[in-house]
Design a protein around this ligand. Structure first.
Ligand code: XMP
Length: 521
C-alpha cells in the first residue's frame, strides 16, 4: 500500500488515482492521523501531500511525533510533495522561510546531482514542472541533499538516501508536469521496489469473499436501485456474491426521465439478471407534490414517500422469507468517505464532510439494517471499470448523473405542470446525435414557471420558457457551462418550440458553478 497523508492539497485525490492507475493500491488518510492509524495500514511508502498552509502557521497540520523514526525503523520510504517537502525540512531541523518571489505555475527545473529520485545519468537535465508554493526550503536538515533546483535557485527536489526520505517541491501528479508521472513511476517501482499487482479483478474477488463472509447463508439483503451507475454496479457485485438473496427495488416516482423505467429495467433484467421489483408509485408521489413549490419541501416529501415504499418492500420480504432483511447495499464511493485535512480556518472537529444530497432521501432508521458498501474504496472511474468487468453495458456506465428528486427540482414550482419530459428528451437526444454526450458531465432542460408572449402559426401565444443547462465538471463540486455551436442551439430551440405544446421560448444557462449551482432548485 502507498499511503497518502493529506494536508489539504487540491491534488490529493488526483495523486491517489494516478498511483492506482499504475496498478498500485493507494489510500488517503488525514495528515493529522495518529501513528497507530498510519502503521495499521502497513504501508510500503508514505506520501506527504501538498496543502494550502504555511508550515509556520499556528494551526499548520503535521505528521505525528515519531513518524519519521517509525518509517526508518520499518524500511518505509517517505516522499514529501510541496507542503510535504517543507514539513520534512522543518520538522527535521532545516529552515523554511517565506519565499522572496512566490513560485506559481509552470517552471523549469534542473537536476543538479546524481540522485535516486530522478535515476542515474540525469544530471543537467531540465524539465518543466508545475509549482505552487509561497514558502521555500533555504537550509536542509543534516544528511539531505538538493538534487534539483528551479531557475531562480529554489530547492525543487531533495533526498536523504540513507534515511529513505525524498521531497519534490512541485506537483508530479498534474499533467502540467509532463515528466511527473515518469518520476513518480521510477520512484515507486525502482526506488521503493513496489510491485504493480493491484488489479480490479482481484479487488472484486476479494470483495465477493468479504460479502460472503459477512452475509450468513440464510440472510437477505436489500438494495434500492436509482438507475445510476453506482447503485447498479454495487448491486451487480453483491448479486454475483450471494445470488437471489439480494432483493432490489426500483421506484418509479413519476419524476424520472423520458421512458426511464423501461430503459433501466431492461438493463437490470435482460443484461444483468438482477432480481428487481419495480414499483410504479408515480401517482402517489405526484399527488403529494401537487401545488408544492418550495424545493426543500419537495425533497422532504419525496424522501418520506420513498421510505414508506421501502418499508413496505422490506415487510413483504419478511413475510415471504420468514426473516427480516438484515443488510442494505449502498453505492457509496471513496470520495464520500475520505477524511481529508480541512482547509485553514475551518473547524477541525467537524472535518467529516457531510453529504447533503442523498439519492433516496434517507432510509428508515428503525429498520436497523447493516450496511454493505462494496465500492467504498473506489473512485468513480474505477467503479466504471468494475462495471465493465461485470458486463454492465458501456452506454449505461457513461450515463450522466441524475438527482434523486429528478424532475421535481427541474420543473421550477409545481412539478405537475408542463411538458418537461419531452423537452428534456429532445435536448438529450440532440446531444447524443451530435456526439457530444460523453463530453458533457450533465445536461438537462429546466422548465420555468415563467410565461412569455410569442407568435406561433400566426397566433399570439402566452407560453412557458425553457432553459437548457449543460455543464462540464470533474465531480459536480465546481462546473463550467458547455459551449454549444450556434447551429446546434438553433436546431434544438426550433425542435422544442415546434414539437412541445405550451413552450414558445428557449434560453441557455451560461453560468458556471460557483456562483450558480448545477441544478436550478
Ligand atoms: P448542485 O445543483 O448542488 O448539484 O450544483 C451538484 C450535483 O448534485 C446533484 N444533485 C442532487 N443529487 N439529490 C441527488 O441525488 C439531490 O437532491 C440533488 N441536488 C443536486 C446534481 O444533479 C449535480 O450532479
Amino acid at each position: 500500500t502507498v499511503l497518502i497523508l493529506d494536508f489539504g492539497s487540491q491534488y490529493t485525490h488526483l495523486i491517489t488515482r494516478r498511483i492506482r492507475s499504475l496498478n498500485v493500491f493507494s489510500l488517503v488518510l488525514s495528515g493529522t492521523s495518529s501513528l497507530t492509524q498510519i502503521s495499521s495500514h502497513n504501508p510500503r511508502v508514505v506520501i506527504l501531500s501538498g496543502g494550502p498552509h504555511s508550515v509556520h502557521a499556528p494551526d499548520a497540520p503535521s505528521f505525528p511525533d515519531g513518524f519519521v523514526e517509525w518509517a526508518e525503523g520499518n524500511g518505509v520510504h517517505v516522499l514529501g510533495i510541496c507542503y510535504g517537502l517543507q514539513l520534512i525540512v522543518q520538522r527535521l531541523g532545516g529552515v523554511v522561510v517565506e519565499g522572496e518571489s512566490k513560485e506559481y505555475g509552470k517552471m523549469e527545473i534542473e537536476v543538479k546531482r546524481e540522485s535516486e529520485i530522478f535515476g542515474k545519468g540525469r544530471v543537467g537535465e531540465k524539465q518543466v514542472v508545475w509549482m505552487s508554493h509561497g514558502d521555500e526550503a533555504v537550509k536542509l536538515p543534516h544528511g539531505f541533499e538538493v538534487v534539483a533546483q528551479s531557475a531562480q535557485g529554489a530547492v525543487a527536489a531533495l533526498e536523504n538516501r540513507e534515511r529513505r526520505i525524498y521531497g519534490l517541491q512541485y506537483h508530479p501528479e498534474v499533467t502540467h508536469s509532463p515528466k511527473g508521472m515518469e518520476t513518480l513511476k521510477h520512484f515507486l517501482f525502482d526506488v521503493c521496489g513496489v510491485s504493480a499487482d493491484w488489479k480490479m479483478e482481484d479487488l472484486m474477488e476479494e470483495e465477493i469473499k468479504v460479502i460472503n463472509k459477512t452475509v450468513a447463508a440464510d440472510e437477505h439483503v436489500i438494495c434500492a436501485l436509482s438507475g445510476g451507475v453506482d447503485s447498479t454496479v454495487a448491486a451487480t457485485l453483491v448479486h454475483k456474491a450471494i445470488g437471489d438473496r439480494l432483493h432490489c427495488i426500483f421506484v418509479d416516482n413519476g419524476l424520472l426521465r423520458y421512458k426511464e423505467q423501461e430503459r433501466v429495467m431492461d438493463t437490470f433484467e435482460r443484461d444483468l439478471h438482477l432480481p428487481v421489483t419495480c414499483v410504479d408509485a408515480s401517482e402517489q408521489f405526484l399527488s403529494q407534490l401537487k401545488g408544492v413549490v418550495d424545493p426543500e419541501a419537495k425533497r422532504k416529501i419525496i424522501g418520506k414517500e420513498f421510505i414508506n415504499i421501502f418499508d413496505e418492500f422490506a415487510k413483504e420480504l419478511e413475510k415471504k422469507h420468514g426473516k427480516k432483511p438484515a443488510f442494505l447495499v449502498q453505492g457509496t464511493l471513496y470520495p464520500d468517505v475520505i477524511e481529508s485535512c480541512p482547509p485553514p480556518g475551518t473547524d477541525r472537529t467537524h472535518s467529516h464532510t457531510i453529504k447533503s444530497h442523498h439519492n433516496v432521501g434517507g432510509l428508515p432508521k428503525d429498520m436497523k439494517l447493516k450496511l454493505i458498501e462494496p465500492l467504498k474504496l473506489l473512485f468513480k472511474d474505477e467503479v466504471r471499470e468494475m462495471g465493465r468487468i461485470l458486463n454492465v453495458p458501456v452506454g449505461f456506465l457513461k450515463r450522466h448523473p441524475f438527482p434523486g428528486p429528478g424532475l421535481a427540482v427541474r420543473v421550477l414550482g409545481d412539478v405537475t405542470q408542463g411538458n418537461a419530459l419531452e423537452v428534456d428528451e429532445i435536448f438529450i437526444q440532440s446531444i447524443r446525435d451530435a456526439g457530444l454526450y460523453d463530453s458533457i458531465w450533465q445536461a438537462f432542460a429546466v422548465f420555468l414557471p415563467v410565461r412569455s408572449v410569442g407568435v406561433q402559426g400566426d397566433k399570439r401565444t402566452h407560453s412557458h420558457v425553457v432553459a437548457l443547462r449543460a455543464v462540464t465538471s470533474q465531480d459536480g463540486m465546481t462546473a463550467d457551462w458547455f459551449n454549444f455551436e450556434h447551429k446546434f442551439l438553433d436546431d434544438v430551440s426550433r425542435k422544442i418550440c415546434n414539437s412541445v405544446q405550451g413552450v414558445n421560448r428557449v434560453v441557455q444557462d451560461i453560468t458556471s458553478k460557483p456562483p450558480s449551482t448545477i441544478e436550478w432548485e
